[in-house]
Ligand binder design. Sequence first.
Ligand code: NAP
Length: 296
Amino acid sequence: MTQLPAEAYSPSTQILVTGASNQIGLYLLPLLRAQQFAITAFSRQSHPNTEGLTWQTVDLNQPTSIAWPELTSHRILFHLAPLPLLSNLLPYLPASLNRIIAFSSTSCLTKRHSQDPKERELAQQLSQAEQKLIQYSQLRHCQYTLFRPTLIYGAGRDRNITLISQFIERFGFFPLVGKGQGLRQPVHAQDLALACLQSYNCEATYQQIYQLSGGQTLTYREMVTTIFQRLDKKPHFLPIPLSILTGILLTLRWLPYFSAITPSMLARMEQDLQFDHSPASQDFGYNPRSFTLFPS
Ligand SMILES: NC(=O)c1ccc[n+]([C@@H]2O[C@H](COP(=O)([O-])OP(=O)(O)OC[C@H]3O[C@@H](n4cnc5c(N)ncnc54)[C@H](OP(=O)(O)O)[C@@H]3O)[C@@H](O)[C@H]2O)c1
């Protein structure tokens, strides 16, 4: 693994983190502060400043409202917010910024041929945003690394594992389409934050895209069983045919809990969503934890 000379990013190097308030940011900001970087963090909600960390209340959809002249010494951007928001910023990024680590999603692959037009649109937006970052980096001699995580969990803020936990706590069972044999690789947000730290000054990661899956491949049913166990409950599954479960969902979607669930999500319980993260392990030592051992 080839590293940039240490002086390239010394303590007090100025760093920009967009989407800093999300579950990856929760783990990444302390890691960056431990490196003594001077961090500017963007999110729409306000947060108190602490030593080495300055928050700015910013809407990434309004790039002209951002105080860009204050960012002309920033060297590295960690973009943790949804990737299409980065496309808005590219024309305004300061020339000093020569390293970008950005999060896309494996959804750009898995939802490309979804039955749901909104999911196909999301996949297309992600792919277009990836291409825009790649073109920008080529033109501006900037080093990018794109991460495509699988389903993220770990801070109790996700809409995957946390949603399943809430359902089990509320109803005491979990509805399963078929046998729930679709493969999953949940990835902990802290492992993604570590991936940022492991890669920002690792030359092998320059101009690369990595799938960042979790450290364990398990079936959907096994994943939900682990959640039952973590809640100290005996696993109780209710097999329901997809068409009936979809009908139930459509009648309940006016309730806030069910509004985030789509029929395509139900159909995917039997679909394998499996990705190889070995290139990331080889290039920068990515070593994600196992879900069964660390389900929270
Ligand atoms: N969740 C998953 O399972 C999953 C799976 C694969 C990939 N990903 C990708 O991984 C990354 C992290 O995902 P996540 O679920 O932890 O976080 P997320 O919900 O996608 O991130 C939202 C973050 O972006 C900020 N944000 C959103 N819109 C904004 C705007 N218009 N202006 C400024 N800030 C804005 C939010 O802060 P405020 O609300 O405070 O503004 C928050 O910090 C994202 O790129 C996501 O697309 C997620």
